[in-house]
Design a protein around this ligand. Structure first.
Ligand SMILES: Cc1cc2nc3c(=O)[nH]c(=O)nc-3n(C[C@H](O)[C@H](O)[C@H](O)COP(=O)(O)OP(=O)(O)OC[C@H]3O[C@@H](n4cnc5c(N)ncnc54)[C@H](O)[C@@H]3O)c2cc1C
Length: 448
């Protein structure tokens, strides 16, 4: 054998584990290095614990909603330590699942940091190991703004392990992690202020989603300060955050949800000849090959679509290309996304402005309503739904929603979009009554 392994994967997160397992199932000799935790960001400090927290937070609304239905609940009390302990137990279980999955596929796991030496060599714990192919799947890492006192703020990584729940919190940012955590903290009873430099939340999504979500979050009690940014944090008993307009906010915690960067620094990639983008992302072609043909990269480290299912799909394509039939591809069209804020956001396809930006003549269908459930609860929560339709072809280009279970609802519509469904076909589909989702097949009046 010319090399120690056929494939050496650096990073056992979503993409790395999937690629390694698939490669091994194709008969390749595979090793995977993981310096921190099996399962990567999603399992340990991302999707899974975040969604568990979101469930915990939503009980706040659920308890209030019971009254209108005749239930009386004693004053509910929340215990942060119990949530953390139960969450940690589940994450440990999942770490074990990942370990078993890799071992049963005969992938060798090395619990160490690995770096790249050259096109076919990695260095790990003082050892050099060779491989025919090297896969970089090292993910991303939160970035704090450079400002005085930034070290006093915490990122999503630490948010999952806070010793105590702060009484008052400032969350900085307007992306999905910021709105999810602002909703989580507020739901768990924390006095929450969201500070965002932009005019509306979720700037990379359809404009009306961010606007509507902001209104809903404020109605629920989250304070949102738009067009202001944080310039410093100081400790003066509690924490004092100073904003760009000179105002200050007192709190017991500051969460900096101010972006993520590809985790490619210090991996030895430049020395091995792998080209990196200006922001440090590993540059790859459509087959995930870097500028060094034996080195591939997938997932967040390539800074393309930062989602677990995308990293999984990319991992399968690489394994199949290197060791299988090479028939698999990934389509980046119509990738559905959910944001587990309160209320949820679900979206697939083009936003109205993206569609117009492509020169398409579109009609837009919208609906805002109170869900049947809340006719008895007295909740002010409203639902927003929007369809973007190509006037020329009648094809539905975008399906967008803010409201309960938006993620669950949008998943099915993403299949319809991938099949090229037209508005006529939406209209011809019988709704399920009474649901919120039926609104998507009963919107008749074009708003634009
Ligand atoms: C708070 C938060 C919430 C999220 N929520 C969602 C969600 O709801 N849905 C969704 O689809 N996505 C979500 N994501 C994004 C998702 O977690 C990522 O897109 C996904 O984990 C990317 O997978 P990956 O394989 O590229 O990298 P990762 O999962 O980040 O794995 C990279 C692994 O590489 C390891 N590593 C790095 N360098 C080395 C080295 N030199 N040697 C050895 N090991 C190394 C790291 O320790 C890590 O385990 C969320 C992310 C965050 C931060």
């Amino acid at each position: 054998m010319k090399y120690d392994y056929d494939l050496f994967t650096i990073g056992a997160g979503s993409g790395g584990v999937r690629a390694s397992r698939f490669a091994a199932n194709f008969g390749a000799r595979v090793a995977i290095a993981e310096e921190r935790y099996l399962g990567g960001t999603c399992v340990n400090v991302g999707c899974i614990p975040k969604k568990l927290f979101a469930y915990a937070a939503h009980y706040h609304d659920d308890f209030e909603d019971t009254h209108g239905y005749g239930w009386s609940v004693n004053q509910p009390a929340f215990n942060w330590a119990t949530l953390i302990a139960n969450k940690d137990k589940e994450i440990t279980r999942l770490n074990g699942v990942y370990e078993r999955v890799l071992k049963s596929a005969n992938v060798e796991i090395l619990h160490e940091r690995a770096t790249v030496v050259d096109a076919h060599t990695v260095s790990i714990a003082g050892r050099q190991i060779t491989a025919q192919h090297i896969l970089i799947a090292t993910g991303g890492w939160p970035v704090k703004p450079s400002m005085p006192g930034a070290e006093l703020g915490f990122t999503s990584n630490e948010a999952f392990h806070l010793d105590t729940l702060p009484g008052r919190i400032v969350v900085v940012g307007g992306g999905y992690i910021a709105v999810e955590f602002a909703s989580i903290f507020h739901g768990l009873g924390v006095d929450t202020t969201l500070v965002y430099r932009g005019e509306r939340l979720l700037k990379s999504f359809d404009a009306e989603l961010g606007t509507f979500l902001g209104e809903q979050m404020q109605t629920k009690g989250v304070k949102i300060l738009f067009q202001r940014n944080i310039t410093s944090i100081a400790r003066a008993g509690s924490l004092k955050s100073t904003l760009t307009d000179g105002s200050t906010l007192e709190s017991n915690g500051v969460m900096l949800a101010t972006g993520r960067a590809p985790n490619a620094h210090g991996l030895g990639l430049e020395n091995a000849g792998v080209k990196l983008a200006e922001n440090g992302a590993v540059m790859v072609d459509k087959n995930f090959q870097t500028s060094v043909p034996s080195i591939h990269a997938i997932g967040d480290v390539t800074d393309r679509v930062l989602l677990t299912p995308v990293a999984l799909a990319e991992g399968m394509v690489v394994a199949d290309r290197l060791f299988g039939k090479g028939a698999r591809t990934v389509s980046y069209d119509n990738i559905p996304t959910a944001i587990f804020s309160n209320p949820n956001v679900g979206t697939v396809g083009l936003s109205e402005s993206e569609a117009r930006g492509r020169g398409l003549d579109v009609s837009v269908f919208k609906s805002k309503f109170t869900a049947l459930k809340h006719t008895l609860t007295g909740s002010k929560e409203r639902v927003f739904m929007k369809l973007v339709v190509d006037k020329r072809t009648n094809r539905v280009l975008g399906v967008h929603m803010v409201g309960p279970d938006a993620g669950e609802i949008i998943q099915g519509f993403s299949v319809a979009l991938n099949c090229g469904a037209t508005k006529q076909q939406f209209d011809a589909t019988i709704g399920i009554h009474p649901t919120m989702a039926e609104e998507f097949v009963t919107m008749r009046e074009s708003a634009a």
